[in-house]
Ligand binder design. Structure first.
Ligand code: GTP
Length: 214
């Protein structure tokens, strides 16, 4: 299947993620994915390295949703993702509770970590099932917050349910001094990485733009 075989009105894009940030990122880029949440229990999954962990979790999510899809004659593109912050060799997902968020910021502030996002991409076309997985990694340099700023940020609740206890595009933006690598990879899905992966699987990025693109 060549890239020219895929045309915008015959591509179904499925985002296997509950992440509002991933959905918003894809929509802002002119795509209109169908969201199917995997419900995968991430708690028991382990891996040697943080990058391998996000790759495995992205795979589990994508495969879980793929198993439920009813394919039709359209090309179906399915994307599963997982993000974690690597700090001192350890992988950190969502802190969930304020005490954990405060403790982590105590170790993040004034230092840098690597936000890894696993991308697991499946393409169904002409009876073929193509797969490619890649991990995007972005170095994030954190501001040296004082204790009051950490407390105030945690009190907003934002850090509790995001990987690494921070956002680069939300309230946490003021606490990210610079990054080395892709911005959207930090948010939760790397657009340039996805473009490259899809092209290698015969899907042209511009064919995914919806006709309703503003
Ligand atoms: N807006 C924003 N969200 C972030 C940022 N960093 C991490 N996140 C979010 O943190 C969450 C990481 O948890 P994941 O397990 O990867 O994804 P999830 O939200 O639980 O959704 P699933 O893919 O269904 O598991 C994702 O929703 C990311 O979009 C950021 O800088 N900005």
């Amino acid at each position: 299947m060549s890239a020219t075989d895929v045309v915008a009105d015959r591509v179904r894009l499925v985002l296997a993620s509950a992440s509002p940030a991933r959905l918003a990122t894809l929509r802002a880029a002119g795509l209109d994915p169908e969201v199917v949440v995997s419900g995968v229990d991430e708690s028991g999954v382990t891996a040697e390295q943080p990058a391998a962990l996000v790759a495995e979790l992205a795979r589990l999510k994508a495969e879980a949703v793929d198993a439920t899809l009813v394919l039709d004659d359209r090309v179906t593109v399915l994307v599963g993702c997982d993000s974690m912050l690597e700090l001192d060799g350890q992988a950190y997902g969502k802190p969930h509770d304020p005490a954990s968020a405060v403790e982590r910021w105590g170790r993040m502030r004034g230092r840098s970590g690597v936000l890894h996002t696993g991308h697991h991409v499946l393409v169904h076309a002409r009876g073929e099932r193509l797969v490619r997985a890649e991990v995007g990694s972005t170095t994030v340099h954190f501001a040296d917050l004082d204790d009051d700023e950490v407390a105030a940020y945690v009190a907003t609740g934002e850090p509790l349910e995001v990987a690494g206890s921070f956002t680069v595009d939300g309230l946490g933006g003021a606490f990210v001094e610079r990054i080395e690598g892709d911005h959207h990879n930090v948010v939760g899905i790397s657009l340039p990485l996805l473009r490259t992966v899809l092209r290698s699987l015969g899907v042209r990025w511009s064919d995914l733009w919806t006709t309703s693109t503003p």
